[in-house]
Design a protein around this ligand. Sequence first.
Ligand SMILES: Nc1ncnc2c1ncn2[C@@H]1O[C@H](COP(=O)(O)OP(=O)(O)OP(=O)(O)O)[C@@H](O)[C@H]1O
Ligand SMILES: O=P(O)(O)OC[C@@]1(O)O[C@H](CO)[C@@H](O)[C@@H]1O
Length: 309
Amino acid sequence: MITTITLNAAIDQVYEVDSLAVGGTNRVSTIIQEAGGKGINVAKVLKRSGADVTVGGFAGGINGERIRQLLLKKSIPSELIQVEGESRVCLTVLDSKKSKVTELLESGPQITKQEWQSMLNWIEDQSQSVKWFALSGSLPKGLPTTAYAELIDIINANGAKAILDSSGDALQNGIKAKPYAIKPNEFEIATILGKATVNETDLLDVGKRFVDDGVEHVCFSLGEKGAIFVNQEGYFKADAPKVEVINTVGSGDAFVGGLLYGLANGEEPLIAYKRALACGSVNAMYSKIGFIDSQQVEELMAQITIIKL
Ligand SMILES: Nc1ncnc2c1ncn2[C@@H]1O[C@H](COP(=O)(O)OP(=O)(O)OP(=O)(O)O)[C@@H](O)[C@H]1O
Ligand SMILES: O=P(O)(O)OC[C@@]1(O)O[C@H](CO)[C@@H](O)[C@@H]1O
């Protein structure tokens, strides 16, 4: 059993337009509406991989109700804590002609101290029986930047394992609590290091530092360039498989879903890493966010070579 946490759940709306005219009138040719936010996307990928997964986090208002309905439609059990505020809508606009993706992300509800306490109590309860957690996405207003660190402390104390995928101070503070794995992208790691960009040496150095500090798997996702992995055995690198890209939004979440599926099912780390890459790349082949086809994942896994650096 795996639980994914989305503190800032969303209705993910994808609009496909022929050619996006900023400042003009745009007719939408295709609409996709799904439950989203990073942890929910991880759950969708896990569900499609055949895992037993539950969704946790916060949801409120009419949008919160819709998120619950959309999860129900996918037969994904949710235990989202009801909050006073309104959950957000995140809009992705796909420009078919230019193959460009534009994202408009609302900031989400304000979480009260009481609501946060309910989450801490719920995690304490869950991590008595669930052994694997994904903690993903931005923090809604009202939560301290130590929010993920607090959750990881509870999960670790109960002998469970957490994979953290966030950004900024929430990620930096979360890492200090020693999650089992992390998945920053280049931009997220550059922000932590206070640099505009990062090169391979930066990634290897900071990855080694995180592993020495107690993170078991440091997974840097590098978009179409693939990924770099650092663990106690050393440094590993793999190119992403070449695919026909439609929408890369959610590829990071699919990567986390693949990684979590592999590790939770006892796969060797290098196999789980291949699964993570393949899930990320399959997600990029579809308009839907957080979508994979298991057979395509297996096919892409067979094409991936991981080299030890
Ligand atoms: N253009 C692409 N072609 C092939 N594979 C891709 C492409 N973009 C992403 N991927 C796959 O998805 C994985 C994760 O992508 P990426 O590093 O962009 O995640 P991310 O920045 O966290 O994404 P998001 O925040 O939108 O979910 C990559 O490691 C790769 O395997
Ligand atoms: O604001 P966050 O939580 O960082 O990101 C939210 C989001 O862009 O991430 C997912 C794609 O990774 C989408 O489902 C969602 O809209």
